[in-house]
Write a protein that binds this ligand. Structure first.
Ligand code: MRU
Length: 355
C-alpha cells in the first residue's frame, strides 16, 4: 500500500526530509531539514504534525544535531544535546510522543557515558531510525486489531488527521480503514473539515482519496445531523495523549463528537500507539493544552475572517472524558473501559519527562 511519507531520512542520513503539510493539498512540497532549529520551527508551524510524527521528527533532529556536534569536547557536547532536547520539547506541549521519543534518546545518551561522542551520535541515529520503524509497525498492528471494528459497509466519521501524514506508517485511526479497503471491504468515510486549520479537509480527505477510499467531506457542525440521520456506524479518531484514567486529548472538537456519539448511541473509538499512553498524568485535567495564535482563526489562511482585533479562544486540543469512549484501539489490542489497568500495563512513557 502506497501512503505519503510525512518524515524520512534524506541524503543517507545527512538531512531530514519532511512533506510540508501546510502546503497540502495544493502542492506536495518536500523540505530538507538540517538543524534542530529548523525542525522546531517545522513542528510549531505544523509542517510536520500529528502526535507520532512529531515524536519521530524530533528524535531524528536530535540525532542529527548530535552528529553535527560530535567533535565538541564532551561537556559542551552534552550541553548542546540538553539545549536541543529543551528546544524540541518546547515546540508543542500536548502530544506526549514528543517527550516519549526525546526521553528515549536521552536515556540512551546516559547509558553511553564511556563512549566517544561519535559513537553516541551513531547510536542516536540508529535509535531515531528504530523509533520511525517501530511506529510504522505499530500503525499496522493498530490496523490489524481495528479490522473487527470496520466490517463490510461501515460508515465512519473521523476528525482531524490521524493517518499516514501524522505517523511513520499508515496512521492510527485511519490504519483499520486502509487495511479494510485493501481487503476489499466497502467503506465510506465522512471527514470533518476540522476547524480552524482544516487537517480533515486538507490532509485526511487528500490521503484517503489518494488511496481510493470513498470520502465525503463535512463541516464540523454537520456531524450532529449525520448521526441523527443514522448515517454513521462508528466514530474513529486519534489521540495526542491518553491519561492514566483513559481521558483523551485530541484535536479540538473531538470532545463534542464524543458527546454527540453518546447521545446518538454511535460507538466512539480512539486509536493510538502505546507511545501516546501516559500513565503518569492521572486524568485529562493534567494534560497541557496548546493554545494557538489568535490570527489562525481571525485570518484563516491569510484572509481577514473576523474583526482584526476580536478576542479569540484558540485551544488546539480538547479532552474527551474516558466515560464517553467505547474503546481504545492500540498496537497491542483494544482496551475496554474502565481503562486504568490497561493504560498502566501498556504505558511506555517515563515519569520524568511528562509535562
Ligand atoms: O494539531 P495537529 O494537526 O498536530 O493535531 C493532530 C491530532 O489531533 C491527531 O488526531 C493526533 O495527533 C493523532 S495523530 C495519529
Amino acid at each position: 500500500m502506497q501512503v505519503p511519507e510525512a518524515v524520512r531520512w534524506a541524503d543517507g542520513g545527512d538531512a531530514i526530509d519532511l512533506l510540508d503539510q501546510t502546503e497540502l493539498p495544493e502542492a506536495e512540497t518536500r523540505l530538507r531539514i538540517t538543524s534542530a532549529d529548523a525542525m522546531a520551527e517545522a513542528i510549531r508551524a505544523l509542517r510536520v504534525r500529528g502526535a507520532p510524527a512529531i515524536g519521530i521528527a524530533a528524535a531524528m533532529a536530535f540525532a542529527f544535531e548530535a552528529a553535527r556536534h560530535a567533535r565538541l569536547e564532551r561537556g559542551e557536547f552534552l550541553e548542546r544535546l540538553a539545549a536541543t532536547r529543551a528546544l524540541l520539547l518546547a515546540a508543542r506541549p500536548t502530544a506526549v510522543n514528543l517527550a516519549w521519543a526525546l526521553d528515549r534518546l536521552d536515556r540512551l545518551v546516559g547509558s553511553l557515558s564511556d563512549a566517544p561522542n561519535g559513537v553516541v551520535a551513531c547510536k542516536l541515529w540508529g535509535e531515531a531510525t528504530a523509533i520511525l520503524e517501530e511506529d510504522r509497525a505499530m500503525c499496522r498492528a493498530i490496523g490489524e486489531h481495528g479490522l473487527a471494528l470496520v466490517p463490510d459497509g461501515t460508515r465512519v466519521l473521523t476528525h482531524c488527521n490521524a493517518g499516514a501524514l501524522a505517523t511513520g506508517g499508515i496512521g492510527t485511526a485511519l490504519a483499520p480503514l486502509y487495511l479494510a479497503h485493501e481487503r476489499g471491504r466497502a467503506l465510506h468515510v465522512f471527514v470533518d473539515e476540522t476547524r480552524p486549520l482544516l487537517q480533515g479537509s486538507r490532509l485526511t480527505a487528500w490521503e484517503l482519496g489518494r488511496a481510493g477510499i470513498p470520502v465525503t467531506l463535512v463541516t464540523d457542525s454537520a456531524a450532529a445531523v449525520l448521526m441523527a440521520q443514522r448515517r454513521i456506524d462508528l466514530v474513529l479518531v486519534g489521540a495526542d495523549r491518553i491519561a492514566a484514567n483513559g481521558d483523551v486529548a485530541n484535536k479540538v472538537g473531538t470532545y463534542g463528537l464524543a458527546v454527540l456519539a453518546r447521545y446518538h448511541q454511535v460507538p466512539f473509538y480512539v486509536a493510538a500507539p502505546c507511545s501516546t499512553l501516559d500513565a503518569f498524568t492521572p486524568t485529562g485535567a493534567g494534560i497541557p493544552i496548546e493554545e494557538r495564535a489568535a490570527d489562525e482563526i481571525r485570518r484563516g489562511f491569510g484572509r481577514l475572517t473576523a474583526p482584526a482585533d476580536v478576542a479569540v479562544f484558540a485551544p488546539a486540543f480538547d479532552v474527551t472524558p474516558a466515560a464517553l469512549i467505547s474503546g481504545i484501539l492500540t498496537d497491542r489490542g483494544v482496551l475496554e473501559p474502565p481503562f486504568v489497568d490497561g493504560v498502566a500495563r501498556l504505558t511506555t512513557t517515563a515519569p520524568d519527562v511528562v509535562a
